[in-house]
Design a protein around this ligand. Structure first.
Ligand code: AMP
Length: 373
């Protein structure tokens, strides 16, 4: 077990970086994962976002990259760590964590995601990054045009593996794994463990350490969940009422991009600082929206599921399911946006009569009813 960040398995520079990031004690997944990763073992981690899982792999991998005696240490030899993530936003956040903890130690991290032009990515590759974080589609494109060679990779991380497979990325993930060395270390993190993820693990991981945090696929305990039964036409007034009562940062999920736009217009017209995040917005618009939400320029962010996957904004006070998600996994992921790490939060779900079946499926999975307001 890795119970303290003053553990002698970390170099003083790494301990300093962790202290500068403001992390005092390892979260449960960090306590369990850091040791096996430092030993070079494969790891399968069942953990939700908000548990500190990004740092659980970033800390030991950065440690290996900066240690002179580790096979990861060959500077300038080509990438030694490759992280695959389902969405661009999650990839950017993972890279931020690597930069936060590793940039001062000279570790260079490059992001390779779709929706951005190739030029800067190719220039970034010429600078020989140590860590590459990317989405499977764009990584695959780089492999096809031979701008990316993965023969030096020592560790591959598959983050949110369930979501990557759900999104149909299995062929790209398989191809990427095939072109990395066989004796690599493989780490797989997933909020849920469907059969597809188990198959992937059986095929590509060698005697992995199994780490499970909390009961798998159950929402973070600190979230206060509330259900509002409301016909579709009453949802916007209900949202405006809740926004008036609770002044914290609020993340609202809608089913479609079109609805996200419409709800954002209504919320803006009511005088709230609001922005939108969905797949029809350009990369720079999305960044502006997320940065603005993070730094407080916007108090309300209206988003669709895919776009908001994995976004990490500290202190989201309130998550609103304006539309019910389709699966229990999505519900858990959405409400996991609030009550991250140490904070606690609130999740309100609006269910119209047409959505009651979805609600029943979610409640069956949770094992309890969502308390009604
Ligand atoms: P993640 O599960 O990786 O999305 O992390 C959730 C949040 O927890 C992020 O905002 C991290 O900055 C924060 N975090 C990660 N590790 C720690 C720690 N040991 N102590 C406090 N906060 C942490």
């Amino acid at each position: 077990m890795f119970c303290s960040f003053t553990d002698s398995r970390l170099t003083p520079a790494m301990r300093d970086a962790i202290a500068r990031a403001g992390y005092c004690t390892p979260t449960p997944i960090q306590a369990q994962a850091i040791g096996p990763i430092l030993e070079g073992r494969d790891v399968i981690g069942c953990a939700q976002t908000g548990t500190g899982k990004t740092a659980a792999f970033a800390i030991p991998l950065l440690e290996l990259l900066t240690r002179a005696d580790s096979p990861h240490a060959k500077r300038g030899a080509g990438p030694r760590v490759l992280v695959l993530a389902p969405t661009r936003e999650l990839a950017l956040q993972i890279a931020q964590t690597f930069d936060l903890l590793g940039a001062a130690q000279g570790v260079r991290t490059l992001v390779l995601i779709g929706g951005e032009s190739m030029g800067p990515q190719l220039a970034g590759l010429h600078k020989r990054p140590d860590v590459i974080v990317g989405t499977p589609g764009r990584l695959f494109d780089h492999l096809e045009r031979r701008s990316l060679v993965l023969g030096t990779v020592r560790t591959v991380v598959l983050d949110e593996a369930d979501r990557m497979l759900d999104m149909g990325f299995a062929p790209q993930v398989e191809r990427i794994l095939r072109v990395t060395p066989l004796d690599r270390q493989t780490l797989c993190f997933s909020a849920t463990m469907p059969r597809e993820v188990e198959t992937l693990v059986r095929r590509h991981l060698v005697r992995p350490a199994r780490i499970e945090i909390g009961v798998s696929a159950k929402p973070v305990a600190k979230v206060t969940q509330r259900l509002y039964k409301a016909p579709t036409q009453d949802k916007t007034p209900l949202l405006l009422k809740l926004l008036g009562e609770d002044l914290g940062r609020t993340l609202v999920f809608t089913r479609t991009k079109h609805r996200a736009d419409r709800v954002a217009r209504a919320v803006g017209a009511a005088g709230h600082r609001v922005t939108r995040l969905h797949a029809d917005r350009s990369m720079s618009q999305r960044r502006e929206a997320l940065d603005g939400f993070r730094n407080g320029r916007y108090r309300v962010l209206i988003a669709t599921d895919i776009a908001a996957r994995g976004i990490d904004v500290p202190e989201i006070a309130h998550v609103v399911n304006f539309d019910m998600p389709h699966t229990a996994e999505d519900y858990i992921h959405r409400i996991g946006r609030t009550a991250r790490a140490e904070a606690s939060g609130r999740a309100s779900s609006f269910a119209s009569p047409e959505e009651h079946e979805q609600l029943r499926v979610i409640e069956r999975h949770l094992g309890h009813q969502v308390p009604q307001h």
